[in-house]
Design a protein around this ligand. Structure first.
Ligand SMILES: NC(=O)c1ccc[n+]([C@@H]2O[C@H](COP(=O)([O-])OP(=O)(O)OC[C@H]3O[C@@H](n4cnc5c(N)ncnc54)[C@H](O)[C@@H]3O)[C@@H](O)[C@H]2O)c1
Length: 306
């Protein structure tokens, strides 16, 4: 049996793969879509991150394919309908990136509040612009999250330590412990958009969440409020976000994910009110170690059980 790794995974995960005596593997972290279609008939399993799109065509071209392992959380780069029709198992590593993404989100929040990247940029231009940087404190402010699953909960734990008030909206009941221990206020989506100083998005990309953040929602936000998105680019309508920023409807935004990645032609790149990062929220040594090794273990275990 043979596994094809289509995206970069940690060195420890590659080592683990090589130790698997009865399962062969090829490591092609830069494979293109065309190359994948050509070679996929030779494999029983694929391991991907978010770059490789495992489409229906890829699965149709792979008669021996039994399992697709995703090192990470969101499986929106895998056609899950096609996978279930063709009885191809899809595995992911839901917990591996949680803490990394949560800490990164808090970092973005601090950047928005204190404009640290902008201050750094002015220093490098030889400026000493103390008066240009009047920040705000997080203590006492309202943190609002749409989606309070694994990542949303971890962010809530951290910002509770900062003394922030926490509002959360979810489509499933919010655990009692979060309400009792962190004082999370269960809210409607509108309440979060209307009242929070930081509206933070932690939902998966689904047909229901695509463009969940649109002009209608953004215009409900306070003019002093910020939007943060580390979930998936398509959850935010970027054209609407730009309009809201240009019209001064919100104070700013921080984005780690984009409708099209990389967002090379996007007007967002020119907008001073936006902090942009290249989809790196989950990219820590610890998270990539966990995601890589867990996905290898699970895919190999699944193949052995066949
Ligand atoms: N930027 C990155 O590098 C990175 C890394 C990891 C995960 N992510 C993204 O973060 C997302 C969240 O991860 P998680 O581990 O917290 O997932 P999770 O499944 O634990 O939590 C998602 C929560 O969103 C809720 N939800 C779904 N639809 C909703 C809706 N319409 N309105 C309100 N709530 C809704 C769910 O009920 C759930 O509680 C992932 O799906 C992934 O897309 C991004």
């Amino acid at each position: 049996m043979k596994i094809l790794v289509c995206d970069p995974i940690s060195d420890d995960a590659v080592k683990l793969l090589k130790q698997s005596v009865d399962v062969g593997s090829d490591y092609r972290p830069d494979i293109t879509a065309a190359q994948l279609l050509e070679v996929v008939p030779n494999y029983d399993a694929l391991i991907v991150r978010s770059r490789t799109k495992v489409t229906r065509d890829v699965m149709l071209a792979a008669p021996w394919l039994k399992v697709i392992g995703r090192a990470g959380v969101g499986v929106d780069n895998i056609d899950s309908n096609a996978a279930s029709e063709m009885k191809v198992k899809v595995l992911n590593t839901p917990d591996a990136l949680t803490n990394a993404v949560a800490e990164f989100t808090v970092g973005l929040m601090l950047d928005l509040a204190r404009r640290i990247p902008r201050a750094d940029a002015t220093m490098r231009k030889g400026e000493w612009s103390k008066s240009a940087f009047h920040g705000m404190e997080l203590k006492g402010r309202i943190y609002g999250t749409i989606g309070i699953g694994r990542i949303g909960q971890r962010v809530a734990e951290i910002v509770h330590g900062f003394g922030m008030k926490i509002m959360a909206n979810d489509i499933i009941p919010i655990p009692k412990a979060l309400i009792e221990d962190l004082g999370v206020v269960v809210s409607t989506q509108d309440q979060v958009f209307e009242q929070a100083d930081f509206v933070d998005i932690h939902v998966p990309l689904t047909p229901e969440t695509e463009h969940l953040v649109n002009y209608g929602k953004l215009r409900k936000m306070k003019k002093s409020a910020f939007l943060i998105n580390t979930s998936r680019g398509k959850v935010v309508d970027e054209a609407d976000l730009l309009r809201a920023l240009n019209e001064g409807l919100i104070a700013g935004a921080a984005l780690d994910v984009f409708e099209k990645e990389p967002p090379s032609q996007s007007e967002l790149l020119k907008n001073e009110k936006v902090v942009l990062t290249p989809h790196i929220a989950g990219q820590t040594e610890e998270a990539q170690f966990k995601a890589g090794t867990q996905v290898v273990e699970e895919v190999v275990r699944y193949l052995h059980a066949q």
